[in-house]
Design a protein around this ligand. Structure first.
Ligand code: CP
Ligand code: NVA
Length: 309
């Protein structure tokens, strides 16, 4: 395991700016190596990872499993019906049992407390693969994508459009260590967690705006970012939410207001025709697929950091 800093990767703001930027740099280096076809770098040889999923996934599951495999390790997928953490067995028991077999644990859960408990009781590193509260691996991949397409995160303007959800909380936590201009434009009543906004603002690192004025918000943005209006666990509210989010679709007219420099990003899965039009997601300025690919590269570097290799 890494000698300094937190054992786990639970929130981006648990790390300092230098560490986060060095993980992103490493992600780029290992990406270049893997893209060249070179498979000689096998730092995870002889290691195994348990991946716990209480929710569905494509990107998180496949990028972790493939990434760990490409670097020599073996990853075990545990789906919602397998260990049923917190139901069939207490989280603190799962944590210690899995740590007896595995070198690292990745988990996607509902309640944030579950990932905190898992990390507290597991002697091995735990990676947060999304909770109802945040999604740090996603925003690490997003940051890597921005570095590749814009050259930097610092001094950019990122405008998130939609629900003040787990994705927004991770953006806010990134903004509390790396300086940029972050705007969350959401309908009234769907603002992000106030404590997290306060925490990010109190650091004084970034300019942070939470607004209901979408058109004003997007002007001059380097990135327009969107996500589903109903997250996993909220799918029964989807119709109600569609009403509440009227006017918050990212369409061609909104991208026009943002300006020609603006890239479109989305963590995916996307509901085309709901939070974003088909035209925007398919436009040349859309970088959603490089962004999805970077999940693997960002996470490889996170795992390298946590395992100290
Ligand atoms: N963006 C993301 O986490 O995708 P999955 O839900 O498919 O893992
Ligand atoms: N906010 C979404 C992100 C999916 C990657 C959700 O939690 O479902």
């Amino acid at each position: 395991q890494n000698k300094e800093g937190p054992k786990d990767f639970l929130h981006i703001s648990d790390f300092d700016k230098d560490t986060i930027l060095s993980i992103l740099k490493r992600a780029g280096e290992v990406k270049t190596l893997l893209k060249s076809g070179d498979r000689s770098f096998q730092p995870f040889k002889g290691k195994s990872m348990a991946m716990i999923f209480a929710k569905p996934s494509m990107r998180t599951r496949v990028s972790f499993e493939t990434g760990f495999f490409l670097l020599g390790g073996h990853a075990i997928y545990l789906g919602p019906d397998d260990i049923q953490m917190g139901k069939r067995e207490e989280t603190r028991d799962v944590a210690r049992v899995l740590s007896g077999y595995n070198d690292i644990i990745m988990a996607r859960v509902f309640g944030h407390q579950d990932i905190l408990d898992l990390a507290k009781y597991a002697p091995v590193p735990v990676i947060n693969g999304l909770t109802d509260y945040n999604h740090p691996c996603q925003i690490m991949a997003d940051a890597l994508t921005m570095i590749e397409h814009i050259g930097q995160i610092e001094n950019t303007k990122v405008v998130y459009v939609g629900d003040g959800n787990n994705i927004v909380h991770s953006w806010l936590l990134l903004a509390s260590i790396v300086p940029f201009h972050f705007v969350c434009a959401c309908p009234r009543g769907f603002e992000p967690d106030e404590k997290t906004v306060e925490k990010a603002r109190s650091t004084g690192i970034s300019k942070i705006e939470i607004t209901n004025d979408l058109k004003e918000a997007v002007k001059g943005a380097d990135v327009i970012y969107s996500d589903v209006w109903a997250s996993m666990g909220q799918k029964d509210e989807a119709e109600y939410r569609k009403q509440c989010f009227q006017g918050f679709q990212v369409d061609e007219a909104l991208m026009e207001i943002a300006g020609p420099q603006a890239f479109f990003m989305h963590c995916l899965p996307a509901e085309r025709g709901v939070e974003v039009t088909d035209g925007v997601i398919e436009a040349p300025k859309s970088i959603v697929f490089p962004q999805a690919e970077n999940r693997m590269h960002a996470q490889n570097a996170i795992m390298l950091h946590l395992l100290g290799v």
